[in-house]
Design a protein around this ligand. Structure first.
Ligand code: KG4
Ligand code: ZN
Length: 417
């Protein structure tokens, strides 16, 4: 069946993939979630198993990489078997195995790759390496295939990344800007921990971003806290969250001292604080995204080509309704469509990896699918194929800011930059 050389295998039956239903298993272990899913080439999710380690790591105040590795190792085989069962498929019926190989925690990535390699050998299937952030970027196409054509603009906001990129297909992303320090999810997690939101029973097992979003809804005085607008003088599409984070730590400390908050307590107006924080993060994301839209729509750059201008927001922070509503509002001001994946697919999961695998099969030429299993390796850090960051910086686009909705009006000094 297979034309095989000593160490390189070719899979000629993949040539007619566009004409028959295929099934790809996706394996995600880049951080602290063991995700395994099977997606078919029509974008239907056949099986989806997600084992979160959140409860374990919450006890220790953050992810401990060797423990995360142990838990992936312990759970991965059972998760795969349950996924096959849910899909009603045998491993032999899979068309390919897709696995996150980059970027992520190396110890965690290794478990996924070793398991995927084992499956690929045992069942003689091609192994498709997947870039985790690319998978976030193209995930929304699975549910909106008719509406989201390539190329589109993507805002990737997660616990480890904050990037704006033009997405032309799997493996074909061009970076427009990225964070110079923290990612927004990371900032939310650290600030929520410093606030000690976890002592409140309802937030005990929630991630920081989700807890802050929920707490902000009960704010009585959302103006109580003011945060600096990061990189206001830099007319590019980069981000920075370290200033907001450090400002938060200082403000919480000052309030604790003033209120004599006990060491296991939470400041009384934590909801007001969360509302101010959410507003500051939203505004920064809005500004950089607006500039990226102006760059893409500039006839000189013509970044959307003949496609309808489309913006996709993805990654764990895309779960946030206030942030998404504001980004969507910016997009609408430019007659640009805006999408995000369903909430269950915004955060890390196996479905996005399987879908990236399906797109690789559909859009990559068969020659790219000749994989030497041993040559595929993990990479803790990995960027995108191209970068236009210098070009965006050189363009120094001045924007008339779209005003936020659902939050507070922008402060006067932030109206133009
Ligand atoms: O994409 P993801 O699941 O993992 C990474 O690739 O990093 O993102 C996880 C991040 C966490 O930092 C978490 O605080 C954030 O997503 N997050 C949220 C919300 N839900 C999850 N941030 C803001 N609002 C939310 N509702
Ligand atoms: Zn992620």
């Amino acid at each position: 069946m297979y034309a095989a050389t000593k160490s390189r295998r070719v899979f000629p039956h993949l040539c007619n993939l566009r004409h028959r239903l295929s099934y790809v298993a996706g394996i995600e272990t880049s951080c602290d979630d063991t995700g395994i899913a099977i997606v078919d080439s029509n974008g239907r999710v056949r099986g989806n198993v997600l084992e979160s380690q959140q409860e374990f790591h919450t006890r220790y105040g953050g992810i401990i990489p060797p423990r995360a590795q142990d838990l992936h190792r312990l759970r991965i085989k059972d998760a795969f078997e349950r996924c096959l069962q849910e899909a009603g498929l045998a491993a032999e019926e899979l068309t390919a195995i897709a696995v996150t190989t980059r970027p992520g925690l190396p110890l965690s990535l290794l478990i996924g790759l070793r398991f995927a390699r084992h499956l690929a050998r045992k069942y003689n299937k091609p192994l498709l390496p997947v870039h985790h952030m690319e998978a976030h970027a193209i995930q929304a196409r699975m549910e909106h295939i008719a509406d989201i054509e390539y190329p589109f603009l993507c805002l990737l906001i997660s616990g480890g990344h904050c990037q704006l990129a033009i997405v032309r297909g799997p493996g074909r992303l061009t970076l427009l800007g990225e964070t110079l320090d923290d990612a927004p999810g990371e900032a939310f997690d650290k600030i929520a921990r410093r606030l000690r939101l976890y002592v409140l029973p309802q937030y005990r097992l929630w991630n920081g971003g989700r807890a802050i979003e929920h707490a902000a809804k009960s704010a009585k005085d959302p103006l109580a806290y003011d945060f600096p607008l990061p990189l206001a003088q830099q007319r590019n599409c980069n981000f920075s969250f370290a200033g907001i984070k450090n400002n938060s730590f200082r403000a919480i400390r000052a309030r604790e001292l003033a209120e004599r908050t006990p060491p296991d307590g939470v400041i009384s107006n934590y909801a007001d604080f969360c509302a101010g924080l959410l507003q500051a993060v939203s505004r920064h994301l809005m500004h950089r995204t607006q500039r990226a839209l102006e760059y893409c729509l500039d006839p000189k750059n013509h970044s959307f080509g003949d496609a309808h201008p489309t913006l996709v927001v993805s990654g764990g922070v895309a779960n946030n309704d206030a942030i998404f509503a504001n980004i969507e509002h910016v997009a609408k001001a430019y007659n640009c469509r805006c999408y995000r994946p369903s909430k269950k697919y915004c955060s890390d999961n196996g479905v996005m990896i399987a879908w990236h695998g399906i797109e690789q099969l559909l859009y990559d030429s068969v020659k790219n699918l000749r994989y030497d299993l041993d040559s595929i390796d993990i990479q803790g850090q990995a960027g995108f194929l191209n970068s236009s960051v210098d070009d965006v910086t050189g363009a120094a686009i001045k924007c008339k800011w779209v005003q936020p909705i659902g939050l507070l009006p922008s402060v006067a000094h932030a109206c133009h930059s």
